[in-house]
Write a protein that binds this ligand. Structure first.
Ligand code: FAD
Ligand code: DLZ
Ligand code: SF4
Length: 512
C-alpha cells in the first residue's frame, strides 16, 4: 500500500522532510486549496493568488519529476473545504498505509492534525522542518534558564553554528557582530532605485487570477498588477537580482521610507522564503559570498544575514516557545478597535495613508513601515492586539502566524511585556520626519505638539509613556524618554495629555 505525503501551501520545497520519507513512484503527494485556509482571516487577494499559483507550479514540478500528485483545486466540486477534511477524503479513497507531514508552521494547524491522529485508521507522522536553521528543541534548550531572550545573543550563537561571517579564530569578520550604527540613513536624496523583475503570466497563473477575482474580490487589497515569482526558478532569479543590484545599499537605507517607493533596497524575498521556494541557508551563503567577492560591503551583508539567520529564526523560536499563551497576551490592556483607515478608509495622516496604500497595492511593505508607522500608531493609540495581529496576518503576502505574531504582538505592540524586545518601539512624528519624506505631504506638522495641525504621533507618544509609566519607568532603555517627560513644565504635560485625549476622540469618531 502507498504512503500519503501531505504538503501544505507554505511547504513548497523539494528538500521537505516529509517528501524524503516517500518513494516517488509508489507513494502519493497530497496538496489542496481549501476555503478554511483562504478565509480564516481575510487574506489579501494577491497573497491567495501567489500561494495557489506557487502550489500549482510546485505540484507540476513534482509530477514532471515522477511523483504521483493528488491536487485539489479550490473550485473542484468535491473539495471538502478544509485541510483535515481533504485528508480524510484522500485516506478514504486511497487507503494509504501511513501518512507523513512536515511540521506545520502554525500552532493552529499542528493542533488540527494532532487532534485528528486518533481518528485516523493509519498512523500520521509529523517530521521536523529542516528548512529552518534552528530546531524548536534547540531554541528551547538555548532559552532554558535565561531571564531574558534577546535576539542579539541568539544570533551570535547561530553565526558560530553555521560559521557565517566568522574568521579562522572564531571571531566575527570585521571585528564586530553588528554594524547597525551604519544602517540608519534616510533616502530622501536618492532619485531612483533598482527596477524589480516581472514575469510573464503563464496559463496556471492566469487561471488562478481568474479564480481569485471570482471568489475573493471582497477581501482588502488589489489583485492586479500581479508580478510575483511563482516558481523556484523565478524566486532564485529574484534572489540573484537582489544580491547583484540591491544588497550593496541594503544596509545603509534599511530604515528609510519614501512615498511611492515600496521596496527601496529591501530584498522582497520573504514571500518566497516563507512559502518554501527559497531556503534561508542558501540566501545567507549567497550574501556571504557577495561579501567575499567584494560585491557588497560588510554592513549590508551582515545586516541582511542577521535578518534571516538571526531575526527570522529567533521569531520562530519565540512563537513555538510561548504558544498558545502568547496569542492571548495584552500587557497594556489595549482595547481600542482597529480604525477603519487600516482597511483603506480616509485619514489625514499621510504616513498611514501611504503605507496602507502600498500594502493594498503590493501586499507588502518593508519592516520599518510595518514597525514604525502602522505598528507604532497601533501601540500609541492602544489598539487591541488581537485586531492588530489579524490585520497584519491578512494584508501581507508573507504573513503566517509563526512569523507575524511575535513581530506584531511582541515587537510592534510590546503586548508580551518584553519577552522578546528590550523596549517598546514607540516614536513621535520626529522619527518619521527624519527617516521618510512622508511629512512633506501631510496636513499635520511633525514639529508641533499642541497646535491644531500638530502631528498626532507627538502627543500620543508622551501620553503612551505617561499612561504606562508604572510598567515602563524602570526600563533602562527608556531612561532618557522619562527624563525628558519629567523635565517638561507641568502645564505643558497637562496640555499634552489633553491633546492626546482630543486625538483619541477624533480617532474614535473617524476624523483623524
Ligand atoms: P528584508 O528587509 O530584505 O530582509 C530580508 C529577510 O529577512 C526577509 O525576507 C525576512 O525573511 C527576514 N526578516 C527580516 N526581518 C524579520 C523579522 N523581524 N522577522 C522575521 N523575518 C525577518 N515578516 C514575515 O515574513 N511575515 C510577517 O507576517 C511579518 N509580519 C511583521 C509584522 C510586523 C508588525 C513587523 C514589524 C514585522 C513583520 N515581519 C514579517 C518582518 C519584516 O517586516 C518582513 O520580514 C520584511 O519586511 C519582509 O520584507 P523583505 O523580504 O524585503 O525583507
Ligand atoms: C495561507 C494559506 C492559504 C491562503 N491557503 C492554503 C491552502 O489553500 N492550502 C494549504 O495547504 N495552505 C494554505 N495556506 C497556508 C496554510 O495556512 C499554512 O500551511 C499554515 O499557515 C501553516 O503555516
Ligand atoms: Fe505622519 Fe505626523 Fe508626519 Fe503626518 S506629520 S506624515 S501624521 S508623522
Amino acid at each position: 500500500m502507498a504512503k500519503l505525503c501531505f504538503i501544505l501551501g507554505d511547504q513548497l520545497s523539494e528538500s521537505l522532510s516529509a517528501l524524503s520519507e516517500i518513494n516517488m513512484h509508489d507513494d502519493v503527494v497530497l496538496m489542496c486549496e481549501v476555503t478554511e485556509e483562504a478565509t480564516y482571516v481575510s487574506h489579501h487577494p494577491k497573497k491567495i493568488a501567489f500561494l495557489f499559483s506557487a502550489m500549482r507550479h510546485f505540484a507540476q514540478t513534482l509530477k514532471i519529476k515522477g511523483y504521483r500528485v493528488r491536487y485539489t483545486k479550490f473550485d473542484d466540486p468535491d473539495n471538502q473545504g478544509s485541510l483535515v477534511k481533504e485528508l480524510i477524503r484522500a485516506v478514504e479513497e486511497l487507503r494509504p498505509s501511513a501518512i507523513c507531514l512536515t511540521e506545520p508552521g502554525e500552532w493552529r494547524v499542528l493542533k488540527m492534525f494532532e487532534d485528528l491522529k486518533s481518528k485516523l485508521p493509519v498512523s500520521l507522522t509529523v517530521y521536523e522542518d529542516h528548512r529552518f536553521l534552528c530546531t524548536i528543541n534547540e531554541f528551547n534548550d538555548w532559552a532554558k534558564g535565561k531571564k531574558q531572550l534577546r535576539m542579539e545573543f541568539f544570533y551570535r550563537m547561530m553565526r558560530q553554528k553555521y560559521h557565517i561571517l566568522i574568521d579562522n579564530n572564531g571571531s566575527p569578520i570585521g571585528g564586530s557582530w553588528n554594524y547597525d550604527a551604519q544602517n540608519r540613513n534616510p533616502a530622501k536624496h536618492i532619485p531612483s532605485f533598482p527596477k524589480r523583475l516581472d514575469y510573464p503570466k503563464d496559463e496556471i497563473t492566469a487561471e488562478v487570477l481568474r479564480l481569485v477575482a471570482a471568489y475573493f474580490s471582497k477581501h482588502f487589497g488589489q489583485l492586479h498588477p500581479f508580478d510575483l515569482a511563482v516558481t523556484r526558478a523565478q524566486a532564485l532569479s529574484e534572489a540573484n537580482y537582489f544580491i547583484n543590484h540591491c544588497l550593496i545599499s541594503f544596509g545603509a537605507y534599511q530604515d528609510a521610507m519614501l512615498t511611492n517607493e515600496t521596496t527601496l533596497y529591501h530584498s522582497k524575498l520573504s514571500f518566497y522564503l516563507n512559502a518554501g521556494l527559497l531556503l534561508p541557508i542558501e540566501l545567507c551563503r549567497m550574501a556571504e559570498q557577495a561579501y567575499l567577492e567584494k560585491k557588497a560591503p560588510l554592513n549590508s551583508v551582515e545586516g541582511f544575514i542577521r535578518q534571516i539567520l538571526g531575526w527570522r529564526e529567533f521569531i520562530r523560536g519565540i512563537y513555538w516557545h510561548f504558544m498558545p499563551a502568547y496569542k492571548e497576551m495584552n500587557h497594556f490592556h489595549a482595547n481600542r478597535d482597529l480604525p477603519a483607515f487600516f482597511w483603506g478608509a480616509d485619514t489625514k495622516m499621510f504616513c498611514i495613508r501611504e503605507v496602507v496604500r502600498q500594502t493594498s497595492v503590493e501586499a507588502y511593505s518593508h519592516h520599518i513601515q510595518r514597525l514604525m508607522i502602522t505598528g507604532n500608531f497601533a501601540l500609541l493609540a492602544g489598539i487591541n492586539p488581537k485586531q492588530v495581529c489579524e490585520w497584519y496576518l491578512a494584508v501581507y503576502a508573507d504573513a503566517y502566524e509563526w512569523v507575524e505574531l511575535p513581530n506584531t504582538l511582541g515587537m510592534a505592540l510590546y503586548a508580551d511585556g518584553g519577552l522578546m524586545a528590550s523596549k517598546p518601539y514607540a516614536a513621535s512624528g520626529k522619527y518619521i520626519q527624519r527617516m521618510s519624506n512622508f511629512c512633506e505631504s501631510c496636513s499635520y506638522n511633525p514639529n508641533d505638539l499642541l497646535g491644531e495641525k500638530a502631528c498626532p504621533f507627538n502627543a500620543l507618544y508622551w501620553n503612551f509613556l505617561k499612561q504606562n509609566e508604572e510598567k515602563l519607568k524602570n526600563n533602562p532603555r527608556l531612561h532618557y524618554a522619562y527624563m525628558n517627560w519629567q523635565k517638561m513644565a507641568p502645564d505643558k504635560k497637562e496640555a499634552t495629555q489633553t491633546k492626546a485625549q482630543e486625538i483619541l476622540t477624533s480617532l474614535d469618531s473617524g476624523c483623524l
